[in-house]
Design a protein around this ligand. Structure first.
Ligand SMILES: C[S@@+](CC[C@H](N)C(=O)[O-])C[C@H]1O[C@@H](n2cnc3c(N)ncnc32)[C@H](O)[C@@H]1O
Length: 556
C-alpha cells in the first residue's frame, strides 16, 4: 500500500535542499549504472530545468524508458522532488468535506450554487478558482448524471473536465518557469505520459467514448476538444493518477491528482528506495526511504509490497496495464523473498519452502496461476526434496478458505469472535495434510491485521497488543531477511497503533497498579519513538503524520 497523505508544506530553500541531499561520504562508490549507456532520446530541457535543484538525473533508456537516478550518494529521508498537481479533484464521498482548492477541512461550506458540486473553504480559495471554474461549471454540473448513464466514474469525468480547462488556460498564460513557489506542472507535460490506451478493456473504451461525447456537449467552446483526445486523457489519468489525503492525513484518499513530473520519471519497483507522500494544496513529494548510491535508479512502489509476485504483477497489469520487470520480479524466485510470500514449509528439512515458479504474462493475463497449473511435484528451495503439488495446493487452499470465512464473519455478520477464530487458525496454520504456512506467507500478515482489529473490537487490549507486535515483527522480518524497506508508512502506522494500545492499557490500569501503569507508559513511549524514527525518514519533520507522533509523545 502506498501512502499519499498530506503534510504541512516544508519550506526548505532550494540550495539548502541540494546541500542536504548529497551525502559528503563518497566512499560507497558503485559500478557505473548501465542505464546511462543505453540512453535513447534526450529529455526535454524543460524537465531538466524544472528539476535542476534536486539531486537527481533524468535518463531515457530502451530498457527503462524515462527514469530518474541519484545524482550522488543519498541518505534516507531526502526530498528528491516536489510537485504541484496539474489538477486534482476531491473524490465524491468527500466532495463537501474538503476545499476543492487547498484540500483543507470545510468548517463553513461555500458551494457554487450553479453546479452544486464545487466547495471552497474561503473567499480566497473561491477567488483563486474563478478563472477555471467559469469554464468547467456547466459540464461539472452534469458529470454525475453522465457517469450514471454511461457507467463511468463521475470523478474521472470531473478531472478530465478540469484538465481540459487547465490546458486552455495554459495556452493563454505561457510563462517561463518562475522562481520561488512551486507552480502546477503545465498541461503539455501530461501529453508525454504513457496512456496504455491500447491495453485498456475495449468495453471501458466504449463507455468512455459515450461519456466523452456527452461531456463534450456540455463544454464551452474554449475547452472543446476531440472525443479521441478525451478518451486518451482518461486512459492517461487511469494509468498515472495519484491519491491524495486531507491536510491532517486522517484520510488517505480524499482526492485524485495528476503529477506529470513524478509520473514521467519515477518507475515502479516492488522493492523501492523512494516513497511519494502527499503535501497540502495538492502537492506530492518524493523522498528516499533508504540510502541510495550515485547513479542508482530511484523507484517507488505503486502497490502493496507484501503480496506474492503473481499477485503484484496481476495488480499492476489490472490497474496500470504493464508487466512488471523490476529487479524483484525478474530475479530467480528460489532466492527471492517472494517464495516465502506463498510459501509452504518443507516437511523434510523444515528450513525453506517449496518453490512455486512465477506465472507467465500469457497465463496471468488469462487469470491462470502456475500454482494451479503445475503437475507432479514442487521442490524445496534448500534440500531439494519433493512433494506432490496437490499437497501444497491443499495447504494453501485450506488456509485461504479459513481467511475467507474469517473475513466474511467480520464483514457480513460483524461476528468478531468467529472472525478471530478463523483468522487465528491461519496465523498458527499447521496442516497435517500438506505442511505448514511459512511465517512470511502473505496470508499470515493479511490475517494478522484484521485479527488485531477483532481483538480491539472485543476490548481485548492485551491480545491486540500481542498481535500488533507480531505484525511489526513480521514486517521487520521482511525487511531484514527479505531486504524489503524498513521505512514504510505501514510500519510507522503499526508502531503508532502499538503506542496507542499501550497508552490505553496504562489508562485502564490507572489507580489500580502504579507499577503496571508505568510499565505500559514506558512501552507506549518506546513504540511512539519507533514510529517517530520511521516517520521522520518517510514524511520529514513538518508532516502532520510526524507531528501527530510528537503530540502523542508529549501527552505521556
Ligand atoms: C509512470 S510511468 C514511468 C515513466 C516511464 N518509464 C516512461 O518512460 O514514461 C509508468 C510506466 O512506466 C513503465 N514502467 C514503470 N515501472 C515499470 C516496471 N517495474 N516494469 C515495467 N514497466 C514499468 C510502464 O509502462 C508504466 O506504465
Amino acid at each position: 500500500m502506498v501512502s499519499t497523505e498530506v503534510e504541512q508544506i516544508s519550506t526548505i530553500g532550494l540550495d539548502e535542499k541540494l546541500d542536504q541531499k548529497c551525502s559528503i561520504d563518497g566512499k560507497k562508490k558503485k559500478k557505473k549504472s548501465s542505464s546511462n549507456k543505453k540512453t535513447t532520446s534526450p529529455i526535454s530541457p524543460y524537465y531538466e530545468q524544472v528539476l535542476a535543484s534536486y539531486p537527481l538525473k533524468l535518463n531515457n533508456s530502451k530498457a527503462k524508458g524515462r527514469h530518474a537516478v541519484a545524482q550522488c550518494n543519498l541518505e534516507e529521508g531526502i526530498t528528491l522532488c516536489q510537485e504541484q498537481a496539474t489538477a486534482f479533484v476531491v473524490r465524491s464521498p468527500f466532495i463537501d468535506h474538503q476545499c476543492h482548492v487547498c484540500l483543507s477541512d470545510l468548517e463553513q461550506k461555500m458551494m457554487c450554487s450553479s453546479c452544486n458540486k464545487t466547495f471552497y473553504c474561503s473567499e480566497n480559495c473561491l477567488e483563486k478558482d474563478k478563472g477555471i471554474h467559469a469554464l468547467v461549471c456547466q459540464p461539472i454540473a452534469q458529470t454525475e448524471a453522465i457517469g450514471h448513464a454511461t457507467d463511468v466514474d463521475a470523478d474521472l469525468l470531473r478531472l478530465m473536465t478540469i484538465l481540459m480547462a487547465r490546458k486552455y488556460l495554459d495556452t493563454l498564460n505561457q510563462e517561463d518557469i518562475k522562481e520561488g513557489d512551486i507552480q502546477p506542472t503545465p498541461y503539455w507535460c501530461l501529453e508525454d505520459l504513457i496512456s496504455h490506451r491500447e491495453n485498456a478493456d475495449p468495453a471501458f473504451i466504449k463507455v468512455l467514448t459515450e461519456a466523452s461525447q456527452r461531456l463534450a456537449m456540455e463544454m464551452p467552446n474554449e475547452i472543446q476538444t476531440t472525443v479521441e483526445e478525451m478518451v486518451t486523457l482518461a486512459c492517461r489519468i487511469n494509468s498515472n493518477a495519484h491519491g491524495l489525503g486531507d491536510n491532517h492525513s486522517r484520510n488517505t484518499d480524499v482526492a485524485l491528482g495528476l503529477f506529470p513530473l513524478g509520473a514521467l520519471f519515477f518507475n515502479h519497483g516492488c522493492n523501492p528506495n523512494t516513497a511519494f507522500i502527499g503535501l497540502p494544496n495538492g502537492q506530492l513529494a518524493f523522498r528516499t526511504i533508504r540510502p541510495v548510491a550515485k547513479d542508482e535508479e530511484l523507484v517507488v512502489s505503486y502497490i502493496d509490497l507484501y503480496s506474492d509476485r503473481d499477485e503484484r504483477r496481476q495488480a499492476l497489469l489490472h490497474s496500470k496495464h504493464f508487466w512488471c520487470k523490476c529487479k524483484r520480479c525478474t530475479g530467480p524466485i528460489e532466492k527471492s523473498v517472494d517464495r516465502f510470500l506463498q510459501g509452504v514449509v518443507c516437511t523434510q528439512c523444515k528450513e525453506d519452502v517449496y518453490i512455486i515458479q512465477a506465472t507467465s504474462l500469457e497465463h496471468l493475463s488469462k487469470g491462470k496461476r502456475a500454482l494451479y497449473m503445475e503437475q507432479g511435484s514442487f521442490k524445496c528451495a534448500k534440500c531439494g526434496s519433493e512433494i506432490a503439488c496437490d499437497q501444497v495446493r491443499e495447504t494453501l487452499d485450506d488456509a485461504k478458505k479459513s481467511y475467507m470465512l474469517g473475513m466474511s464473519a467480520i464483514r457480513q455478520e460483524r461476528n468478531y469472535k468467529q472472525g478471530a477464530e478463523k483468522l487465528e487458525q491461519i496465523t498458527k496454520y499447521n496442516s497435517n495434510k500438506g505442511g505448514e504456512l511459512h511465517t512470511m506467507n502473505a496470508l499470515r500478515l493479511n490475517s494478522l491485521i484484521p485479527l488485531m482489529n477483532c481483538k480491539r473490537h472485543k476490548n481485548d487490549l492485551k491480545s491486540a497488543i500481542d498481535v500488533n507486535r507480531s505484525i511489526i515483527g513480521l514486517m521487520e522480518q521482511y525487511a531484514t531477511e527479505g531486504t524489503l524497506p524498513a521505512n514504510t508508512s505501514e510500519i510507522s502506522d503499526f508502531w503508532q497503533n502499538l503506542g496507542e494500545l499501550c497508552y490505553e492499557m496504562a489508562t485502564d490500569i490507572k489507580g489500580r497498579s502504579s507499577i503496571l501503569e508505568k510499565k505500559w507508559l514506558k512501552e507506549a513511549k518506546t513504540a511512539f519513538l519507533h514510529a517517530l524514527k520511521v516517520r521522520l525518514v518517510i514524511f520529514g519533520g513538518n508532516h502532520p503524520k510526524t507531528k501527530s507522533i510528537e503530540k502523542s509523545l508529549a501527552r505521556l
